[in-house]
Design a protein around this ligand. Sequence first.
Ligand code: MLT
Length: 250
Amino acid sequence: MSARVDVYFGVVALPPSEWQGRIVVVIDVLRATTSIATALANGARAVIPFESAEDAVARFKSFERSEVLLAGERRMGRISGFDLGNSPAEFTREVVEGKTILMTTTNGTAALTAVQGAAEVVLGAFVNLAATVGVLRSAVRRGLPVAIVCAGSERQFAMEDAVCAGRLLRAISRRLADATWNDAARAVVALDRRYGRDLLACLEQTTHGQALAEAGYRGDLALAAALDAHPVVPVYAERQVTAQGRARRR
Ligand code: MLT
């Protein structure tokens, strides 16, 4: 496959053959990929994404209670009866260390389950930006075409994901100078240049950032803007997300 860089907005239903042989970065800065990176950095064993709360609850029953947590968000709030919502502030070491987290969120986990078939799927956010750049560089060196899926908000374009994607692509742009970039890939680079200088201010101005602040989650914006606070690479394979280099659960 020739060198290609494609960015997609929203949950895209491409046929599995489109993802084949590519490294895919899934980004949901507010808040799923930020929370998952935080959880793994704080010692969670794995995060297993589900599209529906019902599926998460069904799987929950196959675990010992002491080794599992249910995390889920709908309309920004915690799903009733779940242990955790989707605020990165909740995924502290005290709470998550050694646990498997079964998680469902409105956009982020749906984006993950949509990209099955890719050669590699990693999760990006500002909190693990440099670590994600490292993985992308190595993939590009190995000749893998790059796809970035910006999960967005309510399955629509979200500025925070676009700026994060642009920041990633700027960091590897020299290596991709001869690649074919789709329009969205070129656009996110321009958006990062325009809006990415002050990440917290950027997040505070976004539609989803403002909705979170109004819903009582203003503190999450600073956590999501904390560049490289959690230098982990969450890797999605075999239907679970684990930190790169850590053993998977069978
Ligand atoms: C999502 O996956 O839809 C988001 O992370 C929503 C949120 O909890 O802010």
